[in-house]
Design a protein around this ligand. Sequence first.
Ligand SMILES: Nc1nc2c(ncn2[C@@H]2O[C@H](COP(=O)(O)OP(=O)(O)OP(=O)(O)O)[C@@H](O)[C@H]2O)c(=O)[nH]1
Ligand SMILES: [Mg+2]
Length: 326
Amino acid sequence: MPANLTPEYFKAERWFREAATTEEKILALEQMLSVMPKHKGTDHLHADLRRKLSKLKEAPVKKTAKHIDIFHIPRSGSGQIVLLGTPNCGKSSIVAALTNAKVNVADFPFATTAPVPGMVKFEDVPIQLVDMPPITADYLAPGQVGTYRNCDVIAIVIDLSADVGEQLHICLDFLESRNLLIDSETPAVDGQGNVLAKRAFCICTKSDIAKAGALGTLKQSCKYPFEFVEISAKIGTGLEKLSATFFSLLNIIRIYAKPPGKPADMTDPFTLPAGATVMDLASAIHRELAEKLKFARIWGTGVYPGQNAQRNHILNDKDIIELHFS
Ligand SMILES: Nc1nc2c(ncn2[C@@H]2O[C@H](COP(=O)(O)OP(=O)(O)OP(=O)(O)O)[C@@H](O)[C@H]2O)c(=O)[nH]1
Ligand SMILES: [Mg+2]
């Protein structure tokens, strides 16, 4: 019986072929198994894929001490945003405009060959922004997908002076075919606990030389409810809005800790995921101390100044908290 494999299956198969790490291979195989049609004609293939999957899962992790993965960018700051885009679209120029990182801006394609992290400050929150080598319809550096898999938010960079539809298509195809985009069917973490998809948005750059109507065309051709932030790295427009968008998409809150009887340190907040509680803050400060938390007082949104707060009280951005331990 013919297998009648679907385009989704072939996409996942390509993901598998191009995967540079065992983790990515496992994710791709699981995707192949989940999208393949199940009938008599696919029995052999199904068994074969299952065998490959269990072999990969059982394989001991090779300890190659000298191997350095240049695509692994250790996190720093309150969140990590990684840029994605086609050659010459202006990724490095964004990192150069917002951070002190030494990036390579050039008017020829493939000027960037490895990730370069930099630090952007939104008000008092440091956010890591990572420049990346470009992708094309048929090229992507081996291992590059790992940087996207490990970040918090993916920023798709679209050059408004070039073909916006083609750039968007290439970026979405890359993200969709590797289950990197959160949507109704692709969660942030799958049923087996694998980290999968990420939030994404669009940075629309080179607004100073944009083609007439390019932003409208881009918005119309995009099926995702992305935010679109229009900037020009060259003349510096839209950059404040861009850092504010980084902060809002990271979905974090900042909390100022106040030692009892002293003023709060308003320069260096703790950042926690939105929805965090008093207890989460105490654990972020020190796990052992958290067990000794007696009570907390809070100044901020929806409370009267200095109100006592329960351990499960949900915090808001810019709350000031005084923790009392036994
Ligand atoms: N007019 C204008 N030019 C820009 C802008 N941003 C970038 N450029 C120019 O576009 C060219 C490519 O910029 P890069 O930032 O190197 O592009 P990239 O996406 O990092 O390129 P790759 O590393 O090859 O992927 C350079 O000549 C930049 O000066 C902008 O906002 N306006
Ligand atoms: Mg570059």
